[in-house]
Every structure is written in C-alpha cells, then in structure tokens.
Write a protein that binds this ligand. Structure first.
Ligand code: CA
Length: 229
C-alpha cells in the first residue's frame, strides 16, 4: 500500500528520520517545513495523507488541519497529527481541528506505519489492498488483476487505478477535476480531457463482459460508478 504522503515537520532531524522510514516502507514522501510550503504543495497535487506536526513556525498544525477541512477539495484528505504534547485536552483539540488520528512523539517507525495504514484503510479504501467485487466485476490490488464473470480483463495502469477508485467510491458523481486529484494526484498539470480519454479506454475494456454500463456519464458534471441505471 504505497501512498503519496505530505510530511509537514520543521525540525530537520525529525523530518529526515520520518521521511527515511516512510520511504523505506515504500511510500512517496513530499516534505514541507512551514504551513505556507505545505499548502502550496497541496495546491499542486493532492496527497493521499498528511502527516502534520503540531508545533510549526507561524501557522500551527492545527491551523493547517482546519484550513484543509474547510476547503471542498481537501476536505477528505486523511490527516495524522504529530505532536510532543500528550495532554488529553490537546488530543481533543487536535481531533476537533479535523485530524483523523494523533500520535505523540517519540513514536516508533512501526507505530507510525501502522497508524498510517489504519487511517488510509478507513479514509481512503482505494489505497488498501482489499479486493473489491461488484456484480461479477472483481479487482484485486495485490495481484493487480481484474476479472469479469471469471474471465480476465486487461487494463492499463491508469485505467486500473481509475476503476479501483470508482469501485471503492460507488454511487456518487465525481467531477473530472476530482478524478484528476484522486487518481492522477494532480489537477494542475494534467488536462481534464485526459480523464475522458481514460474513461473511454476503461469502458472499451469492460465492454467484453458488459460491465461498461457501470461507468456512467453524468452530463455536465462528471462520472459515476453505479449499479443502478
Ligand atoms: Ca515542530
């Protein structure tokens, strides 16, 4: 379960140590030392998870969490707050600001990785390795295989990620810009037309087993994965 993780930590030694451990575990790490730098990175590409140090120069981790939660685009990004405070009241403040979890320094790399996994499982099901199945269409992230009614379906890497996201977020409309954020991790440098191209390819691969009808166009809005016609 490799994720794009934004690490916001101002102490160089701690930042280095955490980034090293995350990279060793297969994650891709973006780093920021201030709120401003963190928000700039988030504007460019939506991370899968944010590790947020509470005490930063200028705006605090709590301020950043509140800002991410207040914006429609970043509202659902999982946040884990890192802090030296172990006070119960601080924990409540951290969680009320919108953090999904809270970890007190010092923590072991193992504990951090376990928390990350738990939060991703809860908040971003497309990041986990659980197989998903809808009406005979089955996608297995571990083997990277997709099958329809038992037969193999060949998908390119982008179509695979797109289908995985759809299957784990069914019955709701996703705009092209949301899909770019969630599937490409980038809504700035990739054109929205790109989404249509990959949707077309995905549908064409699913046609063989008739599962293409699950990918629906919602006129003027975007796309939806739905079992209802
Ligand atoms: Ca700090």
């Amino acid at each position: 379960m490799a994720a794009n993780i934004l690490l916001v930590e101002d102490e160089p030694a701690i930042q280095e140590l955490i980034a090293f451990n995350l990279t060793q575990a297969g994650h891709h790490v973006l780093r920021a030392s201030t709120a401003e730098a963190a928000l700039t990175l988030v504007r460019n590409a939506l991370p899968d998870l944010v590790l947020l140090d509470w005490m930063l120069p200028g705006a605090s981790g709590v301020d950043i969490a509140k800002r991410l939660r207040a914006d429609e685009r970043t509202r659902h990004v999982p946040i884990i707050m890192l802090t030296a405070r172990s006070d119960e009241q601080d924990k409540i403040t951290g969680l009320e600001s919108g953090a999904d979890d809270y970890i007190t320094k010092p923590f072991s790399p193992r504990e951090l990785l376990a928390r990350i996994k738990a939060v991703l499982r809860r908040r971003a099901p497309q990041m986990t390795d659980d197989a998903v199945e809808v009406q005979g269409l089955r996608l297995d992230p571990v083997t990277h295989r997709v099958s329809g009614n038992g037969g193999t379906i060949d998908l390119g890497p982008t179509e695979f990620r797109l289908l995985h996201f759809f299957m784990t977020h069914p019955e709701r409309v996703h705009s092209r810009s949301q899909l770019l954020d969630q599937v490409w991790g980038d809504h700035v440098f990739v054109e929205e037309r790109t989404v249509d191209v990959h949707i077309r390819r995905l549908r064409s691969s699913l046609e063989v087993t008739g599962h293409d009808v699950l990918i629906q166009t919602v006129r003027g809005t975007g796309y939806r994965f739905s079992t209802q016609q």
